[in-house]
Write a protein that binds this ligand. Structure first.
Ligand code: KG4
Ligand code: ZN
Length: 364
């Protein structure tokens, strides 16, 4: 069975087709992602109106390309068994475009519709296996087999930081989550403070590679919830550290700091921040691993592509962690189609194409 997945929760307009076989193994047949990131870069963050307008322009061509690339059939729609779409969490205007497109297609093509939680979707990128994937996608590094339950899932993206324990598909428990900023958001804000190109994740990572991670001491948050995170404290601590490094007090504007920092200072701040931010999530993941003894640990979300995070987890966990290809860590339609495939396979409830509404604040 084949599912078309549509994703538009932030700045990526994405669609993909995934096939699930009789044993429940998922194969990626096509994957198309168009990002409006460049349009946001000059503003140093996502501008919701620009993102929504870009989705309107991109969504139909992206879906068209994804279904055509997935098959040689004369009518590619005949090969599609269902449509899955992200209905939350995300930016309202952005979600609307994907959801209205999916609803319309479900009605006119007469296909069942599945409403997918974006955050759950990130973890399902790990359920796509390399076996049988379309030749065009064989360059992606995918695992040979799907993760085994019980699974500990760590979601680290620009909008989410969560630890989840899965007993089985659709049977999970949220162990903890961020109480304020997400880890990716903290990377992005530190990048902005240091005057690095947007988005901050990759830029901070590159700058950090040149610095001394022990140069500065930064606070690790202590939360009431055993598995909860917080990243607003470290963000403010980095601001104070940067002000102090240029000999100014707390009232000095953050936007004027970067030009007065040397390259070495930027690298040392980035490296120290990355060390502590990563240790914050790794500490909790290790603690949860020890308590629940899962068979597999999987990671999802943009920050999962961080080599430093991957290395820290490898050093501290006794089992190997499963990763999706970096291209499938950031937002994409493949992860949505894969969760849709599992919903179809396990007879989960469908959504009403005449009724499905967006849920910008949807949680797990
Ligand atoms: O999953 P994603 O594409 O979007 C959300 O659902 O939020 O994640 C984007 C986030 C951004 O904050 C970006 O800075 C971060 O992932 N990111 C990274 C890296 N690559 C992307 N953070 C740290 N290291 C990276 N290599
Ligand atoms: Zn995401």
């Amino acid at each position: 069975m084949r599912v078309l997945g549509i994703e538009s929760s932030c700045d990526e307009t994405a669609a993909a087709v995934v096939e699930i076989d009789n044993n429940g193994h998922c194969t990626l047949l096509s994957n198309v992602v168009v990002s409006s990131l460049d349009l946001h870069a000059t503003y140093g963050g996502i501008v919701p109106e620009i993102a929504a307008r870009s989705h309107i322009e991109a969504v139909i061509p992206v879906v068209d390309q994804a279904i055509k690339a997935s098959t040689d059939a004369d009518d590619p729609w005949e090969t599609i068994d269902a449509i899955a779409v992200t209905y939350g969490a995300g930016l309202g205007g952005s979600l609307l475009i994907g959801v209205l497109t999916a609803r319309t297609l479900a009605i006119i093509k007469n296909k069942p519709l599945y409403a997918v939680n974006h955050v759950e979707g990130h973890l399902y990128a790990n359920f796509i296996t390399a076996v049988g994937s379309s030749p065009a996608l064989s360059g992606l590094a995918m695992p040979a087999s799907a993760p085994v339950f019980p699974i500990l899932g760590l979601i680290v993206s620009g909008g989410h930081s969560q630890l989840v324990l899965f007993e089985d598909h659709f049977k999970y428990r949220l162990l903890g989550q961020t109480q304020d900023d997400a880890i990716g958001e903290a990377f992005d804000k530190v990048g902005k403070l240091l005057g690095l190109p947007y988005p901050g994740g990759i830029s901070v990572e590159k700058q950090a590679d040149l610095g001394n991670p022990e140069a500065f001491t930064l606070p690790k948050s202590k939360m009431a919830g055993k598995y909860d995170f917080s990243f607003s404290g470290i963000k403010t601590a980095v601001l104070r550290l940067a002000q102090q490094q240029i000999g100014e007090d707390f009232s000095f504007p953050s936007t004027q700091i970067a030009v007065r920092l040397s390259d070495q200072q930027k690298s040392d701040i980035a490296a120290s921040f990355r060390r502590v931010a990563i240790a914050t999530v790794v500490d909790k993941a290790v603690q949860a691993y020890e308590e629940f003894q899962p068979k597999t640990v999987i990671i999802g979300g943009g920050v999962a592509s961080s080599p430093a995070l991957r290395q820290a987890l490898a050093e501290r966990l006794p089992i190997e962690v499963t990763y999706a290809d970096r291209k499938l860590c950031t937002d994409n339609g493949a992860m949505i189609a894969t969760l849709g495939c599992h919903k179809l396979f396990y007879n989960q409830p469908t959504a009403d194409p005449y009724e499905l509404d967006i849920k910008p604040n949807l949680s797990m």
